[in-house]
Design a protein around this ligand. Structure first.
Ligand SMILES: *[C@@H]1O[C@H](CO)[C@@H](O)[C@H](O)[C@H]1NC(C)=O
Ligand SMILES: *[C@@H]1O[C@H](CO)[C@@H](O)[C@H](O)[C@H]1NC(C)=O
Length: 365
């Protein structure tokens, strides 16, 4: 290849410079987020939907002290994962700021209100259902391919960390939304759970086919213990609501089995089960041990347990968000999110199956 050395040196140098730039960019691993309001960081701000967190007091403890679309007083779980692995927070996929080099950080495709099933969250009208999130992921890859080349884009996706948080809404905003819901007339709860798991498996297979190779999959929290359910379903002494607890107790172990089966089929630990039920249950059953005054009463809300309706400017608002496990009737406070992410990073196999994120980060690099 000694054809004409000068232009060759220049192209090589040019390539090396581009490559160094890319390596610097790619040093922090890309991060992609899919799912519902527990992980949405602002996509719904761009949609015509009632599932939104873009007015005060949401964001009251965020660095800007302004609402962002996160369903939190401050940071949410994806923010804290980004922080823990030393990367920038991802932007919502619909953000106009998500262009150029910022694409290489990753993207958040999540949308509050969605579930595994297409009919979950229909009451929120215009939300990004999971198959649309995956279609956007494909579109994202084309955009990144145009920026850094198809092969580099593929590598970025293969080496990325992915978070998938789905399932709670299929119970809360579908099966149990109203008494005698269409789904509850169609399925007994154990059959509904089996159906959800089989649909979830297809979604995760599609994510794998799109190039994801390291995916944290969170199970549902203890659905019957959130202030919204305590309030609306008439918990007398703060006891969790039995049918919703049964739903998470059925769903979570079957999800772990399904992930194991997928990993066996693929021949690699692509899917990591995050035991969100246990992580939440720790501070719900013993809030004082974690510095919370209560895990029953939401910081922002109204009515019984501050669990009725939405968190708005007219709601009761607790003065100190550090001592509440729940920010609003459904969503943990930033402090509770920090406890959850601490478990994701360093938890034993009781919390992270088969391994925690610290181990994953060490293995993959
Ligand atoms: C949900 O919608 C997607 C595409 O919009 C479709 O591919 C999928 O089959 C649907 N799922 C069910 C269970 O109908
Ligand atoms: C993280 O997981 C690894 C592997 O399972 C384990 O050895 C390690 O102890 C865990 N970290 C903590 C802090 O438990």
């Amino acid at each position: 290849m000694a054809r004409s050395s000068v232009p060759c040196v220049w192209t090589t140098l040019g390539f090396v410079l581009v490559a160094i730039g890319l390596v610097a960019q790619a040093e922090a691993r890309a991060f992609f987020v899919f799912g519902d309001s527990l992980v949405d960081n602002g996509n719904n701000n761009y949609l015509i939907t009632t599932a939104r967190a873009d007015s005060p007091p949401y964001g009251i403890d965020y660095p800007t002290h302004r609402p962002t679309g996160r369903f939190s007083n401050g940071l949410n779980i994806p923010d804290l994962i980004s922080e823990s692995i030393g990367s920038e927070a991802t932007l919502p996929y619909l953000s106009p700021e998500l262009t150029g080099q910022r694409l290489l950080v990753g993207a958040n495709f999540a949308s509050a209100g969605i579930g595994i099933l297409n009919d979950t969250g229909v009451q929120f009208v215009n939300i990004i259902r999971i198959y649309q999130q995956l279609a956007y992921f494909q579109q994202y890859q084309q955009r990144v391919g145009a920026l850094i080349g198809i092969e580099q884009a593929k590598r970025l996706v293969n080496q990325a960390l992915v978070l998938m948080t789905l399932g709670g809404n299929d119970f809360v905003n579908n099966y149990f939304l109203v008494p005698n819901s269409a789904r509850s007339r169609q399925y007994a709860l154990p059959d509904y759970v089996r159906y959800l798991i089989s649909e979830y498996q297809k979604i995760l297979q599609r994510l794998y086919d799109l190039g994801a190779r390291r995916v944290l999959v969170t199970g549902t929290g203890p659905l019957g213990c959130v202030p919204a359910e305590l309030g609306t379903r008439g918990s007398r002494n703060g006891e969790c609501i039995a049918d919703l607890q049964q739903a998470s107790a059925l769903f979570n172990p079957q999800m772990v089995q399904m992930l194991n089966a997928l990993n066996t089929k693929i021949g690699s630990h692509v899917f990591i089960a995050v035991n969100a039920e246990q992580m939440n249950m720790d501070f719900i059953s013993n809030p004082q041990a974690y510095g919370f005054v209560t895990s029953k009463i939401a910081c922002c809300g109204q009515g019984a347990y501050n669990g009725i309706g939405l968190c708005t400017q007219l709601s009761n608002l607790c003065p100190n968000r550090e001592i509440y496990a729940f920010w609003d009737p459904f969503h943990p406070s930033e402090r509770a999110n920090r406890i959850i992410v601490q478990h994701i990073m360093t938890g034993s196999t009781k919390y992270m199956h088969p391994m925690n994120l610290t181990t994953i980060m060490a293995m993959d690099y």
